[in-house]
Design a protein around this ligand. Structure first.
Ligand code: 6GU
Length: 247
């Protein structure tokens, strides 16, 4: 293995549903990058680390209540098998800190990430503490498991890796990089079902187009995302960018 191949960004996924991977990550931008060796993914089946004859991974929660909890010893054995890989170990859970573009950049700029996908009601808290696992959520709604969240996180990170995106798909101007949602987009035909494209976009005035796009981005952000809008206004005077990173 060459030194470069050892250093490529690597996602390690621990899951009870390995068939869910690569899934959408095998297609489009991420999939082409995977085929070209620009990043790599290893998927491990957590059930392999169950030791009893029934291969049980989960058990009833202490204190009672619905659902099942993944056992500390089984999850610990799975994490031990991938110990020493570069990058943080992240457990995907709606109890985690929210994933945002700043954290995506941090992960993409590292050497990779190990993602622990839970099912059932969750994972025994003791193993998360013992192995200093970071807990991350992809939004304020509940998925039936961490796998779609892991796919979202990997997709977001991989598209930022060098060589993945062509020049025409630069991330610099898109939503969350500027701290604003994006302006609306239009393409041909200039008139469709009686609806016309905003005149400034076909005026040929590059500077006017830029100003219009910024004002549209500001308008839509203020309207839809008061949280982003407040941060944008605060940050504007301070010369920071990229989801809060200092330039
Ligand atoms: Cl990371 N996992 C699950 N199961 N549900 C979620 C989530 C993660 N983030 C938001 N909802």
């Amino acid at each position: 293995m060459s030194a470069d191949a050892e250093r490529i960004w690597r996602a390690t996924v621990l899951t009870m549903f390995p068939e869910m991977f690569p899934g959408p990550l095998g297609l489009s931008l991420a999939g082409r990058g995977l085929e070209r060796g620009l990043w790599a993914m290893d998927v491990l089946d957590i059930r392999v680390f169950a030791r009893d004859k029934h291969r049980s991974v989960d058990d009833e929660p202490f204190g009672g209540g619905p659902g099942m909890v993944m056992r500390a010893d089984v999850v610990d054995a799975a994490l031990a098998a991938v110990e020493g890989r570069p990058g943080p170990v992240v457990y995907l859970t709606p109890r985690g800190r929210l994933l945002d573009q700043a954290l995506v950049w941090k992960l993409a700029e590292g050497q990779g990430v190990t993602l622990l996908c839970g099912r059932y009601e969750g994972i025994d808290q003791r193993v998360l503490e013992a192995r200093a696992v970071e807990e991350v959520s992809v939004g304020d709604y509940v998925l039936s498991g961490g796998e779609p969240a892991a796919i979202a996180l990997i997709d977001a990170a991989v598209r930022l890796l060098p060589g993945i995106m062509g020049n025409e798909e630069s991330p610099a101007e898109e939503s969350f990089e500027t701290g604003l949602l994006e302006h609306p987009h239009y393409t041909r035909p200039a008139e469709w079902q009686g609806r016309v494209v905003p005149g400034v976009l076909i005026s040929g005035h590059h500077e006017k187009v830029c100003r219009w796009r910024l004002s549209e981005a500001e308008r839509v952000t203020e309207q839809r995302r008061p949280d982003l809008w407040a941060r944008y206004l605060k940050r504007k005077g301070r010369g920071t960018d990229r989801g809060g990173r200092k330039e």
